[in-house]
Design a protein around this ligand. Sequence first.
Ligand SMILES: CC(C)(COP(=O)(O)OP(=O)(O)OC[C@H]1O[C@@H](n2cnc3c(N)ncnc32)[C@H](O)[C@@H]1OP(=O)(O)O)[C@@H](O)C(=O)NCCC(=O)NCCS
Length: 161
Amino acid sequence: MDTLQAWNCWPLGVADIADVMALERMCFRTRWTREQFLLGLERGAFQILGTRERGALLGYVAYSLIAGEMEILNIATHPFHRRKGLATRLLGAAIDCCQRRGAGEGFLEVRRSNIPAIDLYRKFGFIEVGVRKNYYPDNHEDALLFRLDFLPLTSRADQPT
Ligand SMILES: CC(C)(COP(=O)(O)OP(=O)(O)OC[C@H]1O[C@@H](n2cnc3c(N)ncnc32)[C@H](O)[C@@H]1OP(=O)(O)O)[C@@H](O)C(=O)NCCC(=O)NCCS
C-alpha cells in the first residue's frame, strides 16, 4: 500500500489553501498569509500533507526537506477532533515521506508554553536541543528547538497498521 494512503494523509496544493487557512484561523494566533502559502507551494519551498473526513480538512502538517534535513513548519488539527491521533498520523506521514527521500533528521521550533505540541513531539522521540530566547514577536515567548534522529525505517515502531 502507498505510504500516504496507509497514513490516510494526502498532499495538499494551491486548491486547498482556503481550507488550510480556515483551519489555521481556528488554531493559531499568528497565521500565514495566502501569499506565503502560495509562494511556498509554487516554489516547492515546503510541502503540506492533510487529512480529511467526508471532505472536511481536519488537520495538516507543513514541512520542508532541505539537504537531508526535515523541518516541521506547522502542524494543527481541528479543535473538535483532537486527541484522536490525527496529529500522530500527520507527523508520522511527514517523517515517513522525508525518510523515504533520504532525510536522516528532523527539526522544529515550538512555543515553550505549548504543552500539547511538546508532548506530541516528545512522543515521537524529539529531544530538546536549544532555546531561542524571546523568539515569537507577538508575546516574546521563547522557542524550544527540538531534534529527531530518524531510526531506520525497518525498525520504526510507529508505522500505521
Ligand atoms: C498539538 C496538536 C497538533 C495535537 O493534535 P492532536 O490531533 O490532538 O494529537 P494526537 O491526538 O495525535 O495526540 C498525540 C499525543 O500528543 C500529546 N497531546 C496532544 N494533545 C495534548 C494535550 N492537550 N495535552 C497534553 N498532551 C497532548 C499526547 O502525548 C498525545 O498522545 P496521547 O493522546 O496518547 O496521550 C493540536 O493540539 C493542535 O492543533 N494545537 C494547536 C496548533 C499548535 O499549537 N500546533 C503546534 C505548533 S508547533
